[in-house]
Write a protein that binds this ligand. Structure first.
Ligand SMILES: [Zn+2]
Length: 127
């Protein structure tokens, strides 16, 4: 029983992610050296290494696409170039996500605020 509740909770989290019901607002975003500094309206500040952020790019091309049965189809990882861990610009999308354009012009990754906070909490080994 406990396990099915847990699965249900996971499902609801996923639904919440896709409906963009954002509870926190991003007040400020700055690149500080090799890190992205994020300031949230709940008082939290995060510093995410750009390299980690790029390696967690959530776009289908980097992350693989999941079908209805949960199978992930992953494109073979291309080696990231010299400028892949630099940010050229960042666009805010609809108040729920950031869309960075990387130094190698990759810009299809939409980082939802929830996702950014999870990447910030993760260590480089755990994701
Ligand atoms: Zn990507």
């Amino acid at each position: 029983m406990a396990q099915s509740l847990f699965l249900m909770k996971g499902l609801m989290e996923a639904v919440r992610d896709t409906s963009y019901d954002v509870r926190v607002r991003l007040l400020d975003v700055q690149q500080i050296g090799p890190e992205l500094a994020l300031k949230w309206d709940d008082g939290r500040e995060d510093f995410i290494p750009l390299e980690r952020l790029r390696k967690r790019c959530p776009c289908a091309g980097c992350n693989g696409e999941m079908d209805m049965l949960g199978n992930v189809y992953k494109v073979p990882a291309r080696p990231l170039g010299l400028h892949a861990f630099e940010i050229r610009s960042i666009r805010a999308v609809g108040g729920y996500a950031l869309q960075p354009t990387w130094g190698d012009m990759h810009s299809t990754g939409l980082y939802s605020f929830d996702y950014l906070r999870r990447v910030a909490e993760a260590t480089d080994e755990s994701m």
